[in-house]
Design a protein around this ligand. Structure first.
Ligand code: GLU
Length: 598
């Protein structure tokens, strides 16, 4: 959840740490802190709130000579958001920052009765545990002994008083070593140090890195040598580039991402062999959390509609459920894991469960250095570039695009569509960038003004629009804090219509011609109870002007990507509503981008 950084080199450590932490703020932002070594003493500075507050606190001290330190931006799991609970934690000679959750921290606490703890965190107990094994010069040994007693997940950045080195270790949550010229970085994610270097090494579980004038990596008593990798991620890509919010920038980037996805997965008149061929299997399980789960429902929807038969079917599961239910696995089953970060705890645990069952696994991920990208048998890169806004837009877009391509590939391979049909569908994929531009260029402010004061907003739809509603409604609640539900339009009169009264906004999605008339009947029912109706529809479905108070029209395209145009309209509407409500759009309260805890 939270972000950790470490630095040692020739620059001023506090400046580098703050710069790096800003790039990780998307991972958590309830409090932050740094620890730097000044004249052989460790100085810890923390503050509640975002990195801006930390920067102000830090400016009160003269830390001009420190060139080594660690930093943290927190998303609390153990203990409230207070200064005491903020990281770094210092116990005895050990100071550390921690990302993760230590499940047996209470047991550890009971054994460490010589320590008085200042915080409620699991992390401070880990700090004390390392200190309890430390004799003034056995840093690696102390880390190893302490971590061998931990249950749970951790990425740790550690400094020892009197020793001018930086240490890192991880398990089940990411940690990357950045390698510059005579300077080194530790971070939860490479975007943290992109400003300084593009060279890095991804640490694997229980490897310990020791960084001084150079670095050494150890695994189980031996020094190991790992390949230095290079990222072509661009810092510019990870910055706002003149947009008011990352969210708006990322919505606009969907134009370009659709081009990138097209050229990776489609070769003029056929699918690229980089796409997985589903036709070899009899059952496909999609697994994800949040928006990634919503995207996987798009695949299930089209497979149910066109490909299911007695010998082939597909299901989508919430990873938090999948990992705790029983499944029958054999060589005919393919499991597909969807996660932007590639670190989502429940999805990763499900992937590991499937790997251990020997079943084929695919990861649809954005971060190619992630654990899922390394552990899955096959990887389908999302090509979305760094996504900074906590609420996903381009990530969902890319996942949903890939899901549609996977189904189309299956339909083509199994003869459900012929070459001519395929080529006409590809033409629509080619036109997608210009159609997205048309959707983006519409005015959403006017519609937003008419609904932003409401405390409840309902999404309705049928067919694929139900699944787009899931995502539209989630986007709205994530960033505007308005209570929102999505209701299958046909379900409205089976209960939820009781919630509709005068001026309750109902957003109806209309992209399925075959059920449009039915949805329009449901709009009528809502309207008769006083609803304020917003329709988001494809061009060819007409709605009586009297029924729709605000009408948003997206261009007509092939059904496999029509939902992408509909969802972009929903994203922009949520964005404008949140802006009018003066919400912190890129960093919504209580959320974190990469959910690395259960
Ligand atoms: N468990 C630690 C805390 O609550 C770290 C939180 C995290 O990684 O999200 O402070």
């Amino acid at each position: 959840m939270c972000g950790i950084v470490g630095y040692t080199g020739k620059r001023n450590a506090k400046d580098v740490l703050i710069t790096c932490l800003r790039m990780l703020e998307y991972r958590g932002y309830d409090s932050a802190g740094i620890a730097v070594v000044e004249n052989n003493k460790v100085r810890v500075i923390k503050s509640v709130g975002k990195i801006d507050n930390l920067e102000q606190s830090v400016s009160r001290y003269d830390l001009s000579t420190s060139t080594i330190g660690i930093g943290h931006t927190r998303w609390a799991t153990h203990g409230k958001v207070t200064l005491e609970n903020a990281h770094p934690h210092k116990v005895g000679k050990v100071t550390l920052v921690h990302n993760g959750v230590i499940e047996n921290y209470k047991e550890i606490d009971e054994k460490l009765n010589k320590y008085e703890f200042k915080s409620e965190t699991d992390s401070e107990r880990v700090c004390a545990l390392i200190d309890s094994f430390y004799n003034g010069h056995n840093e690696i040994e102390a880390i190893k002994k302490a971590t061998s007693l931990l249950k749970g997940s951790y990425a740790l950045g550690i400094i020892f008083e009197g020793n001018n080195k930086l240490y890192g270790i991880k398990k089940d949550t990411p940690l990357v070593l950045g390698i510059g010229t005579n300077e080194y970085f530790l971070a939860s994610d490479i975007s943290a140090f992109l400003k300084y270097t593009k060279e890095y090494i991804v640490l694997d579980d229980n490897e310990i890195v020791e960084i001084g004038n150079s670095f050494n990596i150890y695994y189980e008593d031996k020094q190991i040598y790992k390949k230095i990798e290079y990222t072509d991620y661009d810092l510019e890509e990870a910055m706002k580039n003149g947009y008011e919010h990352y969210m708006l920038k990322e919505i606009n980037e969907q134009i370009d991402i659709s081009r990138k996805l097209y050229s990776k997965y489609i070769n003029d008149d056929n699918f690229s062999d980089k796409l997985i061929d589903f036709s070899k299997y009899k059952r496909i399980d999609f697994i994800g959390c949040g928006s990634a789960y919503n995207a996987s429902l798009i695949a299930k929807y089209f497979i149910d509609k066109y490909c299911t038969n007695a010998n082939f079917y597909c299901n989508s599961y919430m990873a938090s459920e999948y990992r705790y239910t029983n499944h029958y696995f054999d060589k005919d089953v393919l499991t597909v894991f969807v996660s932007q970060s590639g670190e989502t705890a429940d999805t990763l645990a499900s992937l590991r469960m499937c790997n251990s069952e020997g079943v084929d696994t695919v990861a649809i991920v954005n971060v190619l250095t992630s654990t899922m990208a390394r552990e899955a048998k096959y990887v389908l890169p999302m090509l979305a570039g760094p996504e900074i806004c906590v609420a996903t837009t381009k990530g969902y877009f890319s996942q949903s695009y890939i899901c549609s391509l996977l189904v189309l590939n299956l339909m083509y391979k199994t003869g459900l569509i012929d070459k001519d049909k395929l080529l006409s569908i590809f033409d629509e994929f080619k036109k997608l960038p210009e159609n997205i531009e048309k959707v983006i260029n519409q005015d959403y402010k006017k519609v937003a003004k008419s609904i932003y004061k409401s405390e409840d907003i309902y999404y309705i739809g049928r067919g694929i629009d139900i699944y787009s509603s899931f995502e539209g409604s989630l986007k709205l609640k994530e960033i505007s804090y308005i209570h929102s539900e999505c209701i299958g339009a046909g379900e409205l009169k089976h209960g939820p219509i009781a919630l509709i009264s005068k001026d309750t906004p109902v957003i109806a999605l209309l992209s399925e011609f075959s059920v449009a008339e039915k949805t329009i009947n449901n709009i009528n029912e809502a309207k008769s109870r006083g609803a304020y109706v917003v329709t988001i529809r494809k061009e060819s479905i007409n709605v009586d002007k009297k029924l729709s108070d605000c009408d948003i029209v997206v261009p007509l395209t092939n059904e496999f990507i029509q939902n992408l145009l509909i969802i972009i309209a929903c994203q922009l509407l949520s964005y404008e509503v949140a802006k009018l409500r003066k919400c912190d759009i890129d960093k919504p309260r209580n959320l974190s981008k990469s959910v690395t805890v259960e």
